[in-house]
Design a protein around this ligand. Structure first.
Ligand code: BG6
Length: 473
């Protein structure tokens, strides 16, 4: 059986807005995630109609303090080092470096923090992978420029990219341009920085914003390659293949269309041009986007070096309206279990997704998020026996091994939230992914003390055996 290569990148993945906290320290500006409440219902409502829920004086916004990684990063990185991480994916918070987003010069205190964070990773033998934008739009840019629907965003983003790639030349060689670019169609608030009310027709703005992100992404590849020939710049999608509910050709067609929709931005990032189905979709929906003179050339000449993706679940679609979306708006796959949050658990789907993406894109792949959001219980003696998490990860890594045997080209495997963080969709702390528990609850109470869960030593063993020993014992 094919083995993991010796330089395989095991590790974990974080996002600044979900872990850093310290929202008002050292000159940081406000980000869109700082002005919305937490909690399952409140978050969903806010994403559906942000203008009704955004509040700069919101009583409690969980992302503002998060897990205070800003002050705990040395302690946390030490624990990642103890687990043997080869790589940690981090993101930079735009508002820490450019508080409003449109300044000409960066905030030196913000830079000093990222300098120290990156040095700390390197000191612990951990390669940093930087997501240049992970669900991170400065509030000011959303309010005053209309977020990514405004072309000026390309210029502001490129200023940030140039700054980071110049400053960390030789220290960081792997970059992702945007986290889960395909989420922009579903949640345009924190991805595209669009502000709207429920019922507003924002389709036109959404596609324009996506075009701007695609051009910005291509320019980030260009800047990366110009600054350092060793730079590898990748794109990233929310992965997870879509299955037809039955073999009814109408279901198969629906699944085919859904996969195309999820991957159409990646098609542009990999092949350098809009795919026929995306052009057709816009035409049918009456959307005309403004494409400037050089845009097509920029897209064509600056395609990505690798394709990264997150994988939590597969998806099922049906052409039959009687098949109910009874699983939190999703169709439950009768062959799979679901998590406490209704996310389908489908390890084999990861093998399918890997083959599907390899076949479509012919690029090295990188799993940069995988994990189980679950409620953990701290026992009286302080232990946390998260066997369910171990079983989930074990089953997925087993499928990764099978995919390697299928011949896929994989750079690494990073788990989501190696330390508990604020959940992106629900703004909850209770939905935990980590190997490291953080004492904080959904109301913001807790000591922030870190402790190891049972999965901590398990993952340590997985890494030290280079994926050979997955047993939970
Ligand atoms: C991915 C995001 O979509 O899923 C992360 O890149 C997010 O930011 C992760 O946290 C898990 O989702 P959630 O909503 O459970 O936090």
């Amino acid at each position: 059986m094919t083995k993991f290569k010796s330089d395989f990148l095991w590790g974990g993945s974080l996002a600044a807005n979900q872990c850093e906290g310290a929202f008002d320290e050292d000159g940081r500006g406000l980000d869109l995630m700082d002005v919305i409440p937490g909690g399952l219902e409140a978050r969903r409502a806010a994403y559906a109609s942000p203008l009704d829920y955004m509040d700069e004086n919101v009583e409690y916004a969980p992302n503002r303090q998060a897990i205070d990684f800003y002050h705990h990063y040395k302690e946390d990185i030490k624990m990642f080092g103890e687990m043997g991480f080869k790589c940690l994916r981090i993101s930079v918070n735009w508002t820490r470096l450019f508080p409003n987003g449109d300044e000409k010069n960066p905030n030196e205190k913000g830079l000093a923090y990222y300098d120290s964070l990156i040095n700390e990773l390197i000191k612990n033998g951990i390669e940093p992978l930087i997501t240049l934008n992970h669900f991170n739009v400065p509030l000011y840019l959303a309010k005053h420029y209309g977020g990514w629907s405004n072309r000026k965003m390309i210029e502001f983003y490129c200023r940030l990219v140039r700054l980071l790639m110049t400053r960390y030349k030789g220290k960081v060689t792997k970059w992702l341009t945007f986290c889960e670019i395909n989420v922009g169609l579903r949640i345009p608030y924190f991805t595209l920085g669009l502000l709207y009310k429920k019922g507003d027709d924002i389709k036109q703005k959404q596609y324009q914003a996506i075009h701007h992100q695609l051009v910005a992404s291509a320019l980030a590849v260009k800047i990366g390659h110009e600054i350092d020939k060793d730079n590898k710049v990748g794109c990233m999608i929310a992965g997870g293949v879509t299955y037809p509910y039955t073999c009814n050709p109408s279901d198969v067609l629906k699944a085919f269309e859904d996969n195309n929709q999820e991957l159409m931005m990646t098609d542009v990032q990999v092949f350098g041009e809009y795919p026929y189905h995306m052009i057709n979709k816009m035409k049918k929906e009456g959307i005309t986007i403004q494409i400037e003179k050089d845009d097509n050339e920029i897209l064509k000449n600056n395609t990505v070096d690798f394709v990264a993706f997150s994988y939590y679940a597969s998806k099922v679609v049906s052409s039959n309206p009687r098949i109910k979306n009874n699983n939190f708006g999703k169709i439950q796959n009768p062959y799979c279990e679901a998590s406490e949050w209704g996310w389908i658990i489908d390890p084999e789907g990861l093998r399918i997704t890997l083959n599907f993406l390899q076949e479509r894109f012919h690029k090295p792949l990188f799993i940069v998020e995988n994990g189980l959001g679950a409620i953990d219980t701290v026992e009286e003696d302080g232990s946390i026996n998260d066997d369910y998490r171990i079983e989930y990860l074990k089953a997925h890594i087993e499928q990764v091994k099978l995919a390697l045997d299928d011949g896929i080209d994989l750079m690494g495997y990073l788990t989501w939230g190696p330390i508990d963080v604020i959940s992106a969709t629900e703004g909850q702390m209770a939905k935990r992914y980590g190997f490291i528990y953080v004492d904080r609850d959904d109301q913001g109470n807790g000591t922030l003390k870190r402790s190891k869960k049972k999965s901590f030593n398990w993952y340590k063993k997985v890494i030290s055996s280079n994926g050979e020993d997955l047993d939970n014992n």
